[in-house]
Design a protein around this ligand. Sequence first.
Ligand SMILES: Cc1cc2nc3c(=O)[nH]c(=O)nc-3n(C[C@H](O)[C@H](O)[C@H](O)COP(=O)(O)OP(=O)(O)OC[C@H]3O[C@@H](n4cnc5c(N)ncnc54)[C@H](O)[C@@H]3O)c2cc1C
Length: 411
Amino acid sequence: MSKQTFVIVGAGLAGAKAAGELREQGFDGRVVLIGDEPERPYERPPLSKDYLRGESAREKAHVHPGDFYTDREIELLTGTSVSAVDPGSSRVLLEDNRELAYDALLLATGAEPRRLTVPGAELEGIYYLRTLADSDALRSRLDAGGRVAVVGAGWIGSEVAASARQRGLEVTVIDPLAVPNERIFGERVGAFYRDVHLQHGVSMMLGRGVAAFAGGNTVAQVRTNDGESVECDFVVVGVGVVPRSGLAQAAGLEVENGIVVDERLVSSVPNIYAAGDVANAWHPFFERRIRVEHWANALNQGPAAARSILGGEVSYDRIPYFFSDQYDVGMEYSGFADRWDEVVFRGDPEAGEGFVAFWLRDGCVLAGMNVNVWDVNEHVQELIRSRRPVDPRALADPGTPLDSLLAFSER
Ligand SMILES: Cc1cc2nc3c(=O)[nH]c(=O)nc-3n(C[C@H](O)[C@H](O)[C@H](O)COP(=O)(O)OP(=O)(O)OC[C@H]3O[C@@H](n4cnc5c(N)ncnc54)[C@H](O)[C@@H]3O)c2cc1C
């Protein structure tokens, strides 16, 4: 039996999956999984969707059944915060001053909501959403009904707006961009999402930011930077997240937009690894570092880090993938596109039926998104991986199977 101890800080999806993988791979030493939340590891996507609307049970959100950890002798310490890491002595310090020595350490500390600091930001009735406890609080507030102002039309804001509408609340969304997620999607896809919300009766106040919140003790008004105000009973803020890299930073690890790791998920200290939302990892396919704040990345990168810890040959090169559900609109997005020359559409977003959008640079597909069209994501990823120029007319033609395009792109 191994005498080694592997410690994982952060009992979210990446941490829980990493712990499971260590056992799956036959590691029989000590595995300690430490999380500061009271709950055993759970997945966050339901927290803005079915769980928030009261349509699914708490149990469904958990990553593993309760006995998973005991059965595998994974020491799960919930409600326990790690206050420091000492790479010199390979120890972590817990908040109650206990120390724990490790042979390898995985930091899977995730991310936390970016906070607004405008005047009135401290008023009651302003909600953020990251944890199950946050979702419980917001769910109770939705139960009481009324008018909600959602600040931010990114994923969390958009999904909360949809859930609130589905629960019958009056919803106003405020965002400085002209259309939701404009930087990721561009104008036309962003406009599609704006229209989806408009069709469901959401008031979309786009192209303006929040200047202040006003009210007595509790927020009653959002003031925008173009001088308008929105009356509301409560506010939900979803303006992005920041990686929780404070521990790593204090320990002297290289940190830049998250914990910097290589394709083996090793940090600047050889026996410290990082995975999930907190990891800014070298991506061998894109030949640059990428920090991905999505479920599939945490799901896969945690286990990859575990294999790397065990000495396996790991080169984490999965194409980034995420999904979102708003009302009856489901989508999957694969790839990474921060600049593109054109967006090609297969199907017509304005027709209200499903479509696939492709972001192209130099004729090659960088990213693709299928909206209410299914079973194409794999082909989209293959097109991206091929790195070959594709014929945009064939790409746009629903009659041309995507896998045949792949053959075309390989000629
Ligand atoms: C409401 C919501 C909806 C989402 N929906 C989608 C979706 O539809 N599709 C999608 O692709 N992605 C979605 N995501 C994103 C996805 O959930 C995240 O990418 C994923 O949770 C990241 O997992 P992680 O394990 O890296 O980090 P986290 O889930 O953040 O887990 C990290 C854990 O570490 C703990 N921790 C941090 N510091 C310490 C410390 N010092 N000591 C002990 N514990 C610590 C944290 O409290 C946390 O429990 C959603 C996220 C949210 C919040």
